[in-house]
Design a binder for this molecule. Structure first.
Ligand SMILES: [Zn+2]
Length: 300
């Protein structure tokens, strides 16, 4: 009996340690869009897991016990930073204290700050000057992160992905060029964005759009909206002759519909925080550009 238990223990112990013993390293990425790029880069050189399920709002996600275990066991954790994963902040801080290596993607980009008047509001704009975490809408910011990951992966996992990063960088340059071509079909005067929350700043900066308003003022879709905010937004939409209002994950559909009805402007659903069915960042960006540019280039 005792020897049977010892055997079970040995087998169980062996199977737990097997991945490390076999050399398979584990990377945990906090959310799906960044996870997709890490998977493209790493391929089969390490096991890549994503914490926030695709389609769930990363601003709001609270990690499960299993998520926290995976984070604490990982050879490397890759987070977005700048408060995107605010619900995971405590778990990530504890993992860091416990010696887990955490790479913060936004440490390696040129951080954008919310400009005055972007988060349209009747009162003082809380978001003005805040660091914007939504860097993934700019393919060249993603490319900067890919290059920064090379020395990190070398150091923490002992794998050299410099060639893969160069190839991926080339594809991201190409994606940036293709996105510029899609955007070029929209007249300059119509490149105005009204979105669910303050999520398209990097895209706007990269591709020459003006952010004229957001339905929910701030960097997270969950902030409060006052009737005064909505009245200001309605006026901004009318004054700028905005052609479409883009709603996102977390935007209240009733609120979006009310603004659309009040202004007579088309409401279009835009996917800014989740991957398409094929799981590809490249498809994500291509779709994003097409969904934005289609309604904006249309005649009124
Ligand atoms: Zn967001």
């Amino acid at each position: 009996m005792l020897s049977a238990l010892v055997m079970i223990g040995l087998v169980a112990g062996w199977s737990c340690r097997a991945p490390q013993a076999g050399g398979a390293k584990s990377i945990v990425v906090t959310y799906s869009v960044l996870g997709s790029i890490v998977k493209e880069l790493v391929d089969d050189q390490a096991a890549v897991a994503v914490t926030v399920p695709n389609g769930v709002d990363p601003h709001e996600y609270q990690p499960s016990v299993k998520d926290i275990e995976a984070i604490n066991r990982a050879d490397l954790v890759i987070e977005n930073g700048l408060g995107l994963e605010s619900g995971m902040a405590r778990a990530l801080a504890e993992a860091r204290r416990g010696g887990v290596r955490v790479f913060t993607a936004t440490d390696h980009i040129s951080v954008r700050r919310v400009g005055a008047g972007e988060g349209v509001s009747g009162g003082p704009d809380q978001a003005t000057g805040a660091a914007d975490p939504h860097f993934w809408t700019d393919p060249l910011a993603i490319e900067a992160v890919v290059h920064a990951l090379v020395p990190e992966l070398q150091e923490s996992l002992g794998i050299d992905l410099s060639q893969q990063a160069a190839d991926l960088g080339y594809r991201l340059d190409r994606l940036n060029y293709e996105t510029s071509k899609t955007v070029a079909t929209v007249p300059l005067n119509d490149r105005k964005l009204v979105t669910g929350h303050e999520s398209m700043g990097y895209f706007a900066d990269r591709f020459g759009f003006k952010l004229v308003g957001v339905i929910v003022p701030g960097l997270s879709p969950q902030a409060e909206v006052s009737p005064a905010d909505l009245a200001v937004l309605q006026k901004v939409i009318e004054d700028n002759q905005v052609k479409a209002i883009f709603t996102e994950l977390g935007t209240s559909p009733a609120l979006a519909k009310a603004i659309g009805d009040a202004t007579g402007v088309r409401v279009v659903e835009l996917t800014t925080h989740a991957l398409p069915a094929d799981g590809s960042y490249f498809t994500f960006m291509t779709n994003l550009a097409q969904v934005i540019c289609g309604p904006l280039r249309a005649s009124p």
